[in-house]
Design a protein around this ligand. Structure first.
Ligand SMILES: [Fe+2]
Length: 410
C-alpha cells in the first residue's frame, strides 16, 4: 500500500495515513518520515504522541541507527520538559527515564525468551533464531524458545506450520493488570532484522482462524497484527454501548500466573474454559487486595475522545454490569460466562478486513496506542530466517479513564 501525505507537522516530520486496500475496513495506521529519534525535540515528542493517539498504529521509518537507550526515553511524552501531555501527578510519582517498562513476569516472559539490551535493559530483545555474533553486546545468541502454538488448546499441526500456515498467537494489550503500574500508553517495537529480508521478501504465511469460521489472511512473516477496540465499540448495539459505558472489570490478582496453565482459542482471542486456572489461595499465595486492578470496560482516548471497548478478557476475574449510574451492578464471576460474554462482542472485529499487519523494513519502529488496540505476534517457520526486534513500553502517567467513574465500593 502506498501512503499519501495528509499532514506536515511543525517542525520535524511528515505524517502520512496508510492507504487501505480495497475491501479493508480498519480505520487506523499512519507512517512518519523525516524524524530522527536519537535527537527528537519535546515538540516532536508531543506531535508523535498525538499522532499515535490519533492514528493508533504509527510506523516511524528509518531508525536503523537508533541507540537502544533512546527508544524508551526519547519517545516518552511523560518525561519531556515542556509538552502538554506532561502528567498531573507530582514529579516524585513519575517513572524515571529508564524505568518505564512494566514489571517482568507472567506468561509472556515465561513462555518466550526475552532479554534486555545491555545498558538499556528496558529495551527487550524479542525474536527468533540466530541473533548474530554481537547484537548490541548480546553475543552469539540463538533464541530457541520463540513463539509457538503451544498456547492454543487445539494445536496447529507441525507439518502445516512448516508449510507456512500459522495463527494469531494471543490477542492482548500490554498491561500488568496488578500492582502499582497502569498499562503503558504506547508500545514501541523496532525491527532490526526480519525473516525473508534477503531472499524472497514476498513469501507469505497464511494466518488461519481455525475456529470454524473458515477465515484466513496472508501476511509477510514476522509481522505484528492489530485491530482497534474503537471499532469493536463501534460494532456494538446502542444498548450494549450504554451497558459498556457504565460497567467495569476486575482483573485477577497475579493474573498471568492465574492463567499460566490455561490455553487459548485457535483464533488467539480469549481462553478456552477447561478448569485450568490456578487456585487463588493454594497456588497464587498471598496477594495485596489493594493491588487488584479495576478498570472501566470502555477507555476514553485523551486526544480524540473516542471510546474503546478495552477488556483484557483472558485476565478478567469479575465483570460488573450495569447500564446507568443509578443501577446496581450485576456481577459476573464465572469465567465461562465472562468469556462467553466477551467473545460475543470481541469476535465481531476479528475479521481480515479489520486487521492490519503493518509492513516493517529493517530500522522501522511500529508504535501503537495500547489503550485502544489489541495486538498479537504471528509465528512463522524458522526456515524463513531469523527475526530480531527491540521492544519498549512507554509508561503511563495517567491510567485509563472511562466515560463514568467506577464506584469506590461495590
Ligand atoms: Fe504485547
Amino acid at each position: 500500500m502506498s501512503p499519501h501525505a495528509i499532514t506536515q507537522l511543525e517542525p520535524g516530520f511528515t505524517l502520512t495515513q496508510l492507504e487501505k486496500p480495497v475491501g479493508s475496513k480498519y480505520d487506523f495506521g499512519a507512517v512518519v518520515e523525516g524524524l530522527d529519534l536519537n535527537s527528537i525535540t519535546d515538540a516532536d515528542v508531543k506531535a508523535l504522541a498525538d499522532a499515535i493517539w490519533t492514528h493508533k498504529v504509527v510506523v516511524v521509518k528509518g531508525q536503523k541507527d537508533l541507540a537502544p537507550i533512546k527508544q524508551a526515553t526519547n519517545t516518552n511524552p511523560t518525561v519531556g520538559t515542556s509538552n502538554p501531555l506532561r502528567p498531573q501527578r507530582p514529579p516524585s510519582a513519575l517513572p524515571r527515564r529508564h524505568q518505564v517498562l512494566q514489571p517482568k513476569g507472567g506468561v509472556l516472559s515465561a513462555a518466550r525468551e526475552v532479554l534486555g539490551i545491555p545498558g538499556a535493559e528496558n529495551v527487550r530483545l524479542i525474536g527468533k533464531g540466530y541473533q548474530g555474533a554481537d547484537h548490541y553486546g548480546i553475543q552469539d545468541k540463538t533464541l530457541h524458545k520463540a513463539l509457538s502454538h503451544d498456547f492454543h488448546a487445539k494445536p496447529l499441526p507441525d507439518a502445516e506450520f512448516a508449510e507456512g500456515f500459522t495463527r494469531f498467537q494471543r490477542w492482548h494489550m500490554d498491561a500488568p493488570l496488578y500492582g502499582p503500574r497502569d498499562p503503558a500508553w504506547f508500545t514501541t517495537l523496532r525491527c532490526c532484522r526480519r525473516p525473508c529480508a534477503d531472499a524472497d521478501a514476498n513469501k507469505p504465511v497464511t494466518i488461519r482462524w481455525d475456529d470454524g469460521s473458515g477465515l484466513e489472511m496472508e501476511s509477510e512473516p514476522g509481522l505484528t497484527a492489530f485491530f482497534s477496540n474503537v471499532q469493536t465499540y463501534g460494532l456494538m448495539t446502542p444498548e450494549e454501548q450504554r451497558m459498556a459505558d457504565h460497567s467495569w472489570v476486575e482483573y485477577a490478582p497475579h493474573p498471568y500466573m492465574w492463567i499460566a496453565d490455561c490455553r487459548g482459542r485457535p483464533n488467539g482471542l480469549g481462553l478456552e474454559t477447561e478448569g485450568r486456572e490456578r487456585k487463588m489461595d493454594e497456588d497464587l499465595g498471598d496477594f495485596d487486595p489493594a493491588a487488584v486492578k479495576r478498570y472501566p470496560m470502555v477507555w476514553l482516548n485523551p486526544v480524540t475522545g473516542e471510546k474503546a471497548f478495552q477488556v483484557h478478557g483472558i485476565c478478567a476475574r469479575k465483570l460488573f454490569l450495569r447500564s446507568s449510574l443509578a443501577e446496581k451492578a450485576r456481577v459476573l464471576d464465572d469465567v465461562a460466562e465472562i468469556r462467553a460474554f466477551l467473545k460475543r462482542i470481541q469476535e465481531r472485529v476479528l475479521r481480515p478486513e479489520y486487521i492490519l499487519l503493518p509492513r516493517l523494513d529493517e530500522g522501522d519502529i511500529v508504535m501503537w496506542a495500547n489503550y485502544q488496540m489489541f495486538h498479537t505476534a504471528v509465528d512463522y517457520p524458522i526456515s524463513m530466517g531469523p527475526r530480531t526486534m527491540h521492544q519498549a513500553n512507554i509508561g503511563a502517567s495517567v491510567g485509563p479513564r472511562g466515560p463514568v467513574p467506577i464506584p469506590a465500593e461495590t
